[in-house]
Structure formats: structure tokens, C-alpha cells
Design a protein around this ligand. Sequence first.
Ligand SMILES: Nc1ncnc2c1ncn2[C@@H]1O[C@H](COP(=O)(O)OP(=O)(O)O)[C@@H](O)[C@H]1O
Ligand SMILES: [Mg+2]
Length: 412
Amino acid sequence: MADSKATIRGSRSSERRIGILGINLDPVSRETLETLVAQTPGAHVVDNVDRHVTPREVMRLLEEFQHRVCVINFDEGEESARTSQRIRDGCDSSISIFAASSDPHPDQIIAAMRSGCSEYLLKPFQAKQIADALSHIEARQHGRMPGQKGQVVTLMGAKGGAGVTSLGLHLALNLAQRHHQKCLLVDQHPALGDLALCLGMGRHQYSFYELVHNMDRLDADLLQGFLLQHPSGLHVLDSPEAIHAFSNTPSDAIEHTLAFLAENYQFVLIDSPPGLSEDTCAVIRQSDRLAIVITPELPAIHNAIRTIQYLTSLHYPDDSIDIVLNRYSRKNSLSEREIESSLHRQIAVKIPNDYDLVVNAINAGTPIDLNRKSELAAAFDTWADQLMANEPGVEKPDKESRGLFSLFGSKT
Ligand SMILES: Nc1ncnc2c1ncn2[C@@H]1O[C@H](COP(=O)(O)OP(=O)(O)O)[C@@H](O)[C@H]1O
Ligand SMILES: [Mg+2]
């Protein structure tokens, strides 16, 4: 008896693994979706709704499923993106949103991604697109796509106090909560890091550096023991609590550790101390992007120029360096144009100056509410969207390849 129960429960859960809700799909797409989804065991099209649907309704309709998918008709202009955003903001991270569109234009794909879609299904649907998109869901919710390496992004201040910690934690929260990315934030300060404190978390007994020193036995289980878990789902590797800096860390161990972390997360964001120490150079070597955070002040700009010159002389790719202008205000005595011409590059992101909001969030250990409309929140949206658009899987459609454009491809 007990055996048969176990079998029934087992088969039920695999029968009802992935629930799919169509939203405003045309009759042909609806029918094709149902036929093609039926070819994936455990996946079911629950319904198609042709009206305004609330996130609560979506969750209710899909509640019995482990993985929940909304396939939204994206041929309705801005309304489609608004629907996607509403569902993304109001549902939890068990929801995946797919765009269904007859428009293969890259701008449309980017718009879908920005509104929270993880797959772009071109109409008419084909069996392989649907099977691939469904197989990505489970891989993504387990952290990454098969064979995919996450993006390692280092944030470094051109000078102390530029805002690296404040920006890093909000960027990471945006990626984790708005884009549902599995995200790790590393406090790379060899002593006196304040990232965990700013996130309102207790300290960990062990830090990133202890993890690096245990690199030879590093695996997913060991990593678990080093992580601080933020309620948002964000994972954090702490800085050492000690007052004296951790020293004698072999650079190759830092590089290997980061390579391992990139295999386990979609994004690894690093809060680096200012200055190009050996440790930081090792971190930068393993980084896909380096964000140099500046404030609109001459010393910061001067240091940024020197840093870029030094890194490019070491063959760090120039186009992997972003300038992030923090504490931006129209009243700044240095204009954007002046800053850009001194740096010989465009500012990638401008984060507005809002001391009260930022300092109160940090003192309270409660990050600013990124869902509330504010210029600050919008700036983090822009930055996170840029990183998401860098994902190598955002393919440019060509005329021959009508089909699935996964927004999360694999990194080579
Ligand atoms: N966009 C911003 N607007 C106003 N104040 C900011 C902003 N970003 C950071 N700050 C303030 O600047 C100070 C330094 O920020 P912090 O994140 O600790 O910098 P870092 O990590 O580079 O040392 C803090 O007091 C913080 O509240
Ligand atoms: Mg800091």
C-alpha cells in the first residue's frame, strides 16, 4: 500500500511539473502551443486568458505546478510589455515569462527582455523552440544553463567612498529580484568590508578569502557553508571580520575560485576595494566586466584615467570597462560631456545623487525599494538591463533562423 502511494505521488509530481498559461494568444498560436507542449512530459497548458489578468490570478491558476510559465502575446505593442512587467513584479521567482511574437527585430527582443521575459518565441511556434524553452526553465531555476558560465562583474571605486558598496548591493538585488537571476555578491575587502552590514545581515565566521584558501577542496557543498543568505535570495560571501588585512593569497587561487563561482551563478558581482592590489588584479583578470565607479570630482576622474591606462596596458579589454557615474546631478560643476571627454569614453550608467535615500537605507540595513518609482531605482534598472543585454544568448535574429531566441545563451 505504502509503495503504491509513493508511486502515485511520484507520478503525479512528474505529471504536473510545468504549468503554462497563455495570455492573449491568437487561436493558431494557442493551438500550436498546446500540441507542442504535449510533447514535453510533465508540461501542461492550463488555459489562455484574453483579458487583463492579475499576478494573483496567475499564481492561483498555476499554483499546483512546480514551474510556472506565462506565454504572453507580444504583438500588442507597449501593452504586451506592461502585462509582462505586471506579472514579473507581482509574482514570485517560480514564474518564467515567455514572449510570443511575429516580430524578429532585435529592438523588440530587447524590449521583451527588459520587461522580464526570459525567452522569445517567434510565431509560428516550432517543436524545438518550445522543447528548448521548457528545458531552460528548470536549468535556470537551478542557477544556470547547462555549460553556461555566469557573468563576473567587478565594481571598483576610482577612490574610496565612491559608492561601490551602495551600488553593488542594489545592482545585485535588481538582478536577483527583477530579472530572477541567481546572483552572488562577493565582498573582496581583505579587512573591514561593510557589505553584509549594509544589507542588514550578520557577519559570517568565514570570508571569501578563507574560501580561496580552501580552493583545493572547493565544491558546491563547501561553498554552501561559506554563504550568507539574504531574504531576497541573494547570496553573499563576506569580508574577513579581522582588522588586519588577509594577506598572501595566491592570485591563481583567487582566479580559480571565481571561475568556480561563475559556474554556479548567473551573476557574480564583486565589491572590490579601490586600488589595483595583486588580489584585485587577479579578480579583474577573471571578470567579464569592470565597472569603475566615479563621482563627479577631479580626483576620481584622474584616478579612473590612470586605472584604465594601466589595465589596458595589461591587455584587459578596453570595451569591457564601464564608467559608472555615481552621485550624478544636473548641478554638478563638471558636466557629463567634460567627464566623457577626459575619459575618452561614454558614461555607461549615471546614478543620481540622493544622499538621504542611500544613507538611510544603509543605516537601516534595508536596501531602497527598487519597485518604487524613483530616479535611483530607474538607474539600477538601466544598469541591470545593460548587463542582461550583454548575455551572449541575446542573439540577433537573421532571416533564416526564425525560431527561439533564448535570452540566456551559453558563454564560451
Ligand atoms: N547615489 C548616491 N547618492 C548619495 N549618496 C550616496 C550615493 N551612493 C553612495 N552614497 C553615499 O556615499 C558614501 C560612500 O558609499 P559606499 O557605498 O560606502 O562607498 P564605497 O563602498 O565606495 O566606499 C555613503 O555615505 C553612501 O551613503
Ligand atoms: Mg565599500
